[in-house]
Design a protein around this ligand. Structure first.
Ligand code: ADP
Ligand code: MG
Length: 381
C-alpha cells in the first residue's frame, strides 16, 4: 500500500453482522462510503451501509463487483472462505489477508503459530482419530475441553470432558471432526488485548479488558482489568509480538487465560474488532472500529487512551424485550443495539457501557441493571 485511502473512498466489508455494522457507523462518520456484502437481506450492517450487496460469499461476480467499487476491503468474521479473499486480492487490497484468515480458522494451526511467535497456548493435544483419544489420555491432564478445530464460536463446538473415559464419547458427539483437547485451566480470570497495526508496522494496543463469560459467551468486560500491571503489560507485549509475526494490518484481538499462579496462557485470536473491545466506543479516544478504518486505510493509529473506567455488558436474546427504562434511566450508561429483528437465546442483540470514574461503582451499576433486566417482571416492558 503506497497511498493513504482518505474520506470519500469506499470501504468494503465481507459479513453483515454487528461488527460490520459498527465498522460502517465509524467509517461513515469519518466520511467514507461503505459497501457490505452479506447474503441476508436483514443483516445488521446491510442496513447501515451505503450499498448492501446481497450475495453469497463465494459468488465471484458479486465479489468482482465489490472489488471494483471498493478501495479496500475487510472482513467482520473469520469464516469467510479464504479463497474469496484470494479472489478479491488479485485486484483490491483485503485485510486481514487470506493466509491470516486461514490461520484463525483452525485452532490447531492458530496455536502453533502463536507458539512460534512466543506465546504460550494452554497444554493441548490434537485429536483426529479414535486412536488419538487413547494417546491423549497420557498427554493432557483432565478435566479437559474438546474443541472442534474449525467453525467454533461463543462456546459452540466444545465439550467438557471430566474424565478420560468420556473422551471417546465427546469425540463422537462432535461427529469425529478434527479437534484439539485442551487442559481446563483453573481460571483466576480471562483478559484480552486488542492491538492495531498498519502497513508501516506502527502499533497501538487498547487497555486490557477483564472478560467474564457465561455459557462460553462473553457476558461482561471490565476495563481496566483488575490484574497486576505486569500481567496486562505482558498481554499487550505478546499481542504486539503476534501482530508483528503475522505482519498484520488491522485490528487483532488476543484472548488470554490467567490461572491461579498468575500464568498467562494464549487462548485464541480474532483477526478483527472483538466483542471485548466494544467498551472502546465510549471509553477511549479512538474506538476499535475507527482504528480498523485507520489501519486498513494506511493511516496512523489513533490514541487508545482510556477516558474513563468502563464496564461493558452484553445483551443477549434471552433478555428480550428488555425494559428500556431500566437501562436508560442511568445517565452514565450508553446503549448500543444491533438492529436485529428476531431475538433468540444466546443471540447478541446489543450491549451497554457503564462509565464511572470509580470502576467498583461501574461494576455495581452494571450488575444491578443486568439483574433487573433478567428478572421475570421486567421481561415484558
Ligand atoms: P470461542 O471460540 O467459542 O470463544 P473459546 O476457546 O474462547 O471459544 O472458549 C470460550 C470460553 O470457554 C472461554 O472464554 C472460557 O471461558 C472457556 N474455556 C475455553 N477453554 C478453556 C480452558 N482450556 N480452560 C478453562 N476455560 C476455558
Ligand atoms: Mg473465545
Amino acid at each position: 500500500m503506497n497511498t493513504e485511502i482518505l474520506p470519500g473512498a469506499t470501504l468494503g466489508v465481507l459479513g453483515g453482522g454487528q461488527l460490520g455494522r459498527m465498522f460502517c457507523v465509524a467509517a461513515r462518520s469519518m466520511g467514507y462510503r461503505t459497501l457490505v456484502m452479506d447474503p441476508d437481506k436483514n443483516s445488521p450492517a446491510g442496513h447501515i451501509a451505503d450499498i448492501h450487496l446481497q450475495a453469497d460469499y463465494q459468488d465471484h461476480s458479486a465479489l468482482t463487483k465489490m472489488a471494483e467499487q471498493c478501495q479496500v476491503i475487510t472482513t467482520e468474521f473469520e469464516n469467510i472462505p479464504a479463497d474469496s479473499l484470494r479472489f478479491i486480492a488479485r485486484t483490491t487490497p483485503v485485510y486481514p489477508s487470506a493466509d491470516i484468515l486461514e490461520i484463525a480458522q483452525d485452532r490447531h494451526i492458530e496455536k502453533q503459530f502463536a507458539q512460534q511467535a512466543g506465546l504460550s497456548p494452554v497444554p493441548y493435544f490434537v485429536i483426529q482419530t479414535e486412536a488419538d483419544c487413547v494417546l491423549a489420555q497420557e498427554a493432557v491432564a483432565f478435566p479437559a475441553i474438546l474443541k472442534s478445530n474449525r467453525l467454533g464460536y461463543d462456546g459452540k463446538g466444545q465439550v467438557l470432558v471430566e474424565r478420560t473415559e468420556e473422551l471417546l464419547q465427546a469425540f463422537h458427539s462432535l461427529n469425529n471432526v478434527a479437534c484439539v483437547l485442551e487442559q481446563q485451566i483453573q481460571l483466576r480470570c480471562e483478559i484480552s488485548a486488542i492491538v492495531a497495526r498498519n502497513h508501516k508496522g506502527e502499533k497501538q494496543c487498547f487497555p486490557v479488558s477483564e472478560n467474564q463469560h457465561k455459557n462460553g459467551i462473553l457476558h461482561v468486560g471490565i476495563v481496566p482489568a483488575r490484574v497486576d500491571e505486569p500481567i496486562t503489560r505482558q498481554a499487550q507485549k505478546l499481542a504486539f509480538q503476534l501482530a508483528d509475526a503475522l505482519d498484520y494490518i488491522g485490528v487483532l484481538a488476543v484472548e488470554y487465560f490467567v490461572d491461579n499462579e498468575s500464568r498467562l496462557y494464549f487462548n485464541e485470536m480474532a483477526p478483527r474488532p472483538h466483542n471485548s473491545g466494544h467498551y472502546t466506543k465510549d471509553a477511549c479516544v479512538t474506538s476499535q472500529f475507527e482504528q480498523q478504518v485507520r489501519m486498513i486505510c494506511g493511516l496512523p493509529p489513533g490514541s487508545t487512551q482510556l477516558l474513563s473506567p468502563v464496564v461493558m455488558v452484553n445483551m443477549l436474546g434471552e433478555l428480550w424485550p428488555p425494559q428500556w427504562r431500566v437501562i436508560l434511566q442511568h445517565s452514565e450508561i450508553k446503549l448500543h443495539l444491533y438492529g436485529k429483528k428476531h431475538a433468540r437465546a444466546g443471540r447478541k442483540m446489543g450491549h451497554f457501557n457503564v462509565l464511572n470514574a470509580d470502576i467498583e461503582s461501574a461494576i455495581k451499576t452494571a450488575k444491578q441493571v443486568f439483574e433487573a433486566l433478567s428478572s421475570p417482571v421486567s421481561q415484558n416492558g
